[in-house]
Design a protein around this ligand. Structure first.
Ligand code: ZN
Length: 65
């Protein structure tokens, strides 16, 4: 029997892709600072006190960055 019932923490890492230049970067979903694209300086993730505001395309969840 597959055991997949362990609750996962809400905090997680996400692989996001910049909408402007398609640069990909791993970000923390509850980041406490704004994250800009290293390539074009577009604002990718905006801090919000809780779950960050993602201004980029979310590619996938990353459990072990
Ligand atoms: Zn970019």
């Amino acid at each position: 029997m597959k055991q997949d019932l362990i609750p996962k923490p809400r905090s997680k890492f996400l692989l996001v892709r910049c909408k402007e230049c398609s640069n990909e970067v791993i970000v923390y979903s509850h980041t406490t600072k704004n994250i800009h694209c290293k390539s074009c300086n577009n604002l990718l993730v905006e801090k919000s006190g809780g779950y960050a505001i993602i201004n980029a395309e979310i590619v996938k969840r990353v459990d072990n960055p």
